[in-house]
Ligand binder design. Structure first.
Ligand code: ZN
Length: 489
C-alpha cells in the first residue's frame, strides 16, 4: 500500500470532498480516477457524497495521522445524522464509510425516502469564497453548506449558490466553489431558513448536545410548553391549527416545499417509533414551534427520577431560591383542582422539585368520582309531571288559545333534549304526551268558546262570523257544535 507523501491541512468545517479537490489540484493530477486511486487505493464513487466511503483506506494511507473516526467526525455529515440513529445503525454507517461499499447507506439513514436528495447540490457562499481565498489562500467546500435544507450561510446570512457543473459533468471534474456557474438556491435571504441553517450547523458541531435534546424529549417539552399536550398526548387538532398557517410561511426553497404541503410528517418526528428522523425535519419542526438556537442550547432535560442526584451534580441551571420553591408548593397544594396534572405549576415542580411532587402525589391519590348510573325512571316520572304542568300553562294562557302541541310542550320542560334523543327511556312521558296533545277539533272548540266570550257573541251570530273571529279557516267542528256553544253562553 502506498503512503501519501502529503495531504492538505484541513480548513474549518471543510468537507472530505473539498480535501480531495485540493489534493487533486495541488498534485496537478489529470483525472479524478488517478486522485481516487492515490487517496483511497480504489475508484471511489462516493467521494463527492456527504457520507463518503473508503475512509479506512485513506486513514491507512495517511499513516493514521487521521483515524477513521476523526475523518468521519470532522469531514463528513454523519455527525449531523448520528444523534437520530440508534447504536446499531450508527455502527453500521461507520463500518460502511470505513469500507469501500456504501450501498444502502443513504437508504438505511432514511435519506433516500426523504425526497431531499433530488434537491441536493454542491453549494457555496460567495462571501465565504472571498474570505477563504483571503484568509486561507483557497476557496473550499464547506461541510454545512452541503447539508439538506441549508440554504443560508450560517456565517454570513447569505443565500447559498448551487453549482451547475459544466457540460453534463459532475463533482468528478474537481472544481473549487464558484469556479463553475452557480445559481441561488432561494430568491432572497429568509430569516426562517437562516434560523434552521444555524441550528443545523450547531447540531453538526455538537452531536452530543443534540443527543441530550433527544433523550430529554425536547420536542415533547416544547409541545407541552405551548399547550399542545394533554395528559402526555398530542392535541392533534390544536397543533394542526397552529402549524397550518406557519407551514405557509416556510422558506421558499425546494427542500421545504417537500415539507410545507402537509403536516403529516410532524407526528413522525415527535414519535419516531424506530424510524430515522431526518435532521432537517427535526430542526424545521423546532422552528415551526418557535424555537431557535438559543432554545436548543439552553434546554436542560428533566432529571430522571432514578438518577436524580447524579443529574443534579452536572446541573448548570441557576440555583432556585427557597422562597420560590415554597411559593410554588403553596400554589400547587392549595389549588382546588382534583387532578395533580391540572394544578398550577405541575411542570415546574416536575423539573425542579420532583421529590416533593412525588411525595405529594402519593399522599393525595386522585380518586375518580364514579358517577352513578342515570336513574331514567326518576327522570321519566319528573318529565311526566313537567309535561302536565306545561299543558296546564298552555291551556291557561291569556288571549287567543294556543294549541297544545309536542313542540309547545317541549319548549316548556327541562330534559326535552333527552326526551327527543332517547324516547325509549321515557315510556310514561311518551304515553302521556300522546294523551295530552290537543286535536284540531278540541283546539277549535276552545277557540270558539274564547271568541264567544271575548266578542260577546250570541245565538243570533252567523256561524261564518264566529269562525272568522275565532281564527278558523278550515273547520273541524260541526255547525251543531257551534250552535250548542252559542246557546250555552
Ligand atoms: Zn458564508
Amino acid at each position: 500500500m502506498d503512503r501519501l507523501h502529503w495531504f492538505p491541512q484541513p480548513f474549518p468545517d471543510e468537507s472530505l470532498y473539498s480535501l480531495a479537490v485540493r489534493y487533486h489540484r495541488l498534485s496537478s493530477n489529470d483525472s479524478y480516477r488517478r486522485t481516487s486511486q492515490e487517496l483511497f487505493g480504489a475508484y471511489s464513487r462516493t467521494c463527492g457524497s456527504i457520507l463518503p466511503c473508503c475512509l479506512g483506506a485513506l486513514s491507512q494511507r495517511l499513516a493514521s495521522a487521521y483515524s477513521v473516526e476523526h475523518l468521519i467526525d470532522r469531514f463528513t455529515l454523519l455527525p449531523l445524522y448520528e444523534p437520530f440513529l440508534n447504536d446499531t445503525k450508527s455502527k453500521a454507517a461507520r463500518i460502511a464509510m470505513t469500507g469501500t461499499d456504501g450501498t444502502g447507506l443513504k437508504m438505511s439513514l432514511g435519506l433516500t425516502a426523504s425526497g431531499f436528495l433530488k434537491h441536493a447540490s454542491f453549494r457555496y457562499c460567495e462571501r465565504c469564497v472571498e474570505e477563504d481565498i483571503q484568509n486561507c489562500g483557497s476557496a473550499y467546500w464547506h461541510r454545512i453548506h452541503q447539508a439538506m435544507g441549508t440554504c443560508i450561510c450560517p456565517l454570513h446570512g447569505e443565500v447559498l449558490c448551487g453549482t451547475m457543473f459544466p457540460d453534463g459533468t459532475d463533482w468528478r471534474c474537481m472544481l473549487f466553489p464558484a469556479e463553475a456557474a452557480g445559481s441561488p438556491v432561494m430568491r432572497a435571504p429568509d430569516s426562517s431558513a437562516a434560523v434552521i441553517g444555524e441550528m443545523q450547523f450547531w447540531g453538526l458541531e455538537h452531536p452530543a448536545d443534540v443527543q441530550n435534546l433527544l433523550t430529554g424529549n425536547f420536542l415533547q417539552h416544547r409541545l407541552d410548553e405551548m399547550g399542545f399536550l394533554k395528559a402526555g398526548r398530542v392535541r392533534e387538532q390544536v397543533l394542526r391549527s397552529f402549524l397550518t398557517p406557519r407551514l405557509l410561511c416556510s422558506p421558499r426553497a425546494n427542500e421545504f416545499q417537500e415539507l410545507s404541503c402537509s403536516w403529516d410528517w410532524v407526528l413522525g418526528v415527535v414519535r419516531p417509533r424506530g424510524a430515522v428522523v431526518q435532521p432537517l425535519k427535526f430542526y424545521f419542526l423546532c422552528w415551526l414551534l418557535e424555537a431557535d438556537l438559543e432554545h436548543l442550547k439552553s434546554f436542560h432535560p428533566r432529571a430522571d427520577a432514578s438518577s436524580g442526584e447524579a443529574a443534579r451534580g452536572n446541573d448548570t441551571r441557576p440555583l432556585i431560591e427557597d422562597g420560590e420553591i415554597e411559593a410554588r408548593r403553596e400554589a400547587f397544594s392549595s389549588s382546588k383542582n382534583a387532578k395533580c396534572h391540572d394544578k398550577p405549576g405541575y411542570q415546574w415542580l416536575y423539573r425542579h422539585d420532583k421529590e416533593w411532587l412525588a411525595q405529594y402525589v402519593s399522599a393525595h391519590p386522585f380518586i375518580r368520582v364514579r358517577r352513578g348510573l342515570v336513574d331514567w325512571h326518576a327522570r321519566d316520572a319528573a318529565l311526566a309531571q313537567d309535561l302536565l304542568i306545561a299543558r296546564d300553562q298552555i291551556l291557561s294562557t291569556q288571549g287567543k288559545p294556543k294549541k297544545v302541541t309536542r313542540a309547545a310542550l317541549s319548549r316548556k320542560v327541562a330534559r326535552s333534549h333527552d326526551f327527543l334523543r332517547v324516547p325509549d327511556k321515557f315510556p310514561i312521558s311518551t304515553l302521556l304526551m300522546k294523551d295530552i296533545l290537543e286535536s284540531d277539533h278540541d283546539h277549535q272548540v276552545r277557540k270558539i268558546r274564547w271568541a264567544v266570550r271575548h266578542y260577546l257573541l250570541s245565538e243570533r251570530s252567523a256561524i261564518s262570523v264566529v269562525y272568522r273571529l275565532a281564527g278558523i279557516r278550515l273547520s273541524h267542528v260541526t255547525d251543531e257544535e257551534v250552535l250548542g256553544i252559542l246557546s250555552t253562553v
